[in-house]
Design a protein around this ligand. Structure first.
Ligand SMILES: C=CC1=C(C)c2cc3[nH]c(cc4nc(cc5[nH]c(cc1n2)c(C)c5CCC(=O)O)C(CCC(=O)O)=C4C)c(C)c3C=C
Ligand SMILES: [Fe+2]
Ligand SMILES: [Fe+2]
Length: 366
């Protein structure tokens, strides 16, 4: 195996702790070509589609990409902002605010945002940090609930990069944070405030991104973590049974996915006489295509067409102060004992490494 460390030595003396926030990623532009590039990378990840490559890749390149790219590009165009894709804009704002928040708490860390698919890639951020002296790495995927399709895929990408390094950093992962009291409180408060200023709908629907049902049967904890998330938020809001429910959106392909499906469930609610429904999507740390287009636009139209009168989308936590603070607490807790994150722990780096390496290398060495 060719180690990158062999061709590009790791001699940085400025040793530091890095916090890597990772979100899914998003196309560079709302055009069929850019969406195709994004979908090609996303949907060829074996964590996302588990079919045998020999079956899946011809289908992906022959059917899915040609048909889905122009359709998805139109959907992206309907939510695109002057600054770019909402997922990118909100994720960057969140990362900037979190960086400043950690600095105010006295943490001396580098914090960066990477995208699992597209740019900035996990590989590019880690390689910059490798050359700058990364010694401890905390990885926080921006998914409150763990799924192999999302969180584990981030971990794969980090490991793929670290396995090419000579001097790997100490490493910690945050698998999920749906049980974090601060997260439950922040989502509940978001809903409470939304309903206080807009009036409460008759029903609160928690809509989560779906997965093939097979993933649950094979041991993915995501479905159960979604159930627990919704129940705790509903309890915190004091909602009675029957006044809230859970559904799963964003189904792709013909397989059976987690149920009930959001669209079918909304039609059921309308047929039971529910006229106003509030929809919140607590699986999404920031707003994106799946919330702004699929729920706030398409699901709202569908609910009206099914006999409902109003569907209101409760925005994601995005860069809300409560979100920044809870992620700050989470990061600090997972960084206990680490210089830079644990403000009680001193920096341990031994100075003079460059001089020692130079002395061994001798004056003639390149
Ligand atoms: C085909 C399989 C897919 C699985 C499994 C899947 C799981 C999954 N995804 C998210 C979060 C997001 N997904 C987003 C978009 C998106 N998801 C899929 C497919 C699967 N997702 C596709 C094809 C797309 C692209 C859009 C489209 O063509 O419909 C996004 C939004 C990205 C954006 O740019 O705004 C997010 C976020 C989770 C949490 C999850 C499993 C738990
Ligand atoms: Fe998805
Ligand atoms: Fe979707």
């Amino acid at each position: 195996m060719q180690f990158k460390g062999m061709t590009s030595p790791q001699h940085a003396t400025d040793e530091f702790t890095g916090v890597l926030l990772v979100n899914l990623g998003t196309p560079e532009a709302p055009t069929p070509a850019a969406v195709r590039r994004y979908l090609a990378e996303f949907l060829s990840d074996p964590r996302v589609v588990e079919l045998p490559r020999a079956v899946w890749l011809p289908l992906l390149y022959g059917v899915i990409l040609p048909f889905r790219s122009p359709r998805s590009a139109r959907a992206y165009a309907s939510i695109w902002t002057p600054q770019g894709s909402p997922l990118r804009v909100f994720s960057q704002q969140l990362a900037e605010d979190l960086d400043q928040h950690l600095a105010r708490l006295g943490c001396r860390v580098r914090l960066a945002l990477a995208m699992r698919y597209g740019a900035p890639s996990i590989a590019s951020v880690l390689d910059q940090w490798r050359d700058a002296g990364l010694r401890r790495l905390l990885v926080l995927p921006l998914y409150p609930q763990y799924s192999a399709t999302t969180s584990a895929s981030v971990f794969d990408a980090v490991m793929d990069q670290l396995k090419t390094w000579r001097w790997t950093p100490e490493l910690r992962w945050i698998n999920d944070y749906y049980q974090e009291p601060g997260w439950i409180a922040a989502v509940a408060e978001r809903i409470r405030e939304f309903r206080a200023s807009n009036g409460a709908g008759q029903h609160l629907l928690f809509s989560f991104h779906g997965l093939p049902q097979r993933n649950l049967i094979q041991g993915d904890p995501y479905f159960c973590q979604c159930q627990a998330s919704a129940r705790r938020i509903a309890t915190r809001l004091g909602l009675a049974e029957g006044h809230w429910s859970i559904s799963f959106q964003s189904r792709v392909g013909k397989q059976v996915w987690l149920q009930p499906y959001t669209e079918t469930h909304l039609a059921d609610l309308a047929s039971k006489g529910i006229k106003q429904v509030d929809v919140v999507c607590p699986g999404f740390a920031v707003d994106c295509l799946e919330t702004l287009e699929e729920i706030a636009e398409r699901a709202a139209e569908h609910f009206l067409a099914s006999g409902g009168e109003q569907l209101r989308y409760v925005p994601a936590l995005n860069a809300e102060a409560s979100h920044v603070q809870l992620l700050g607490r989470l990061i600090q807790r997972h960084g206990r004992g680490w210089p830079g994150l644990d403000t009680a722990t001193a920096e341990l780096a031994e100075p003079g490494r460059e001089q020692r390496v130079a002395a061994y290398r001798g004056p003639q060495a390149p």
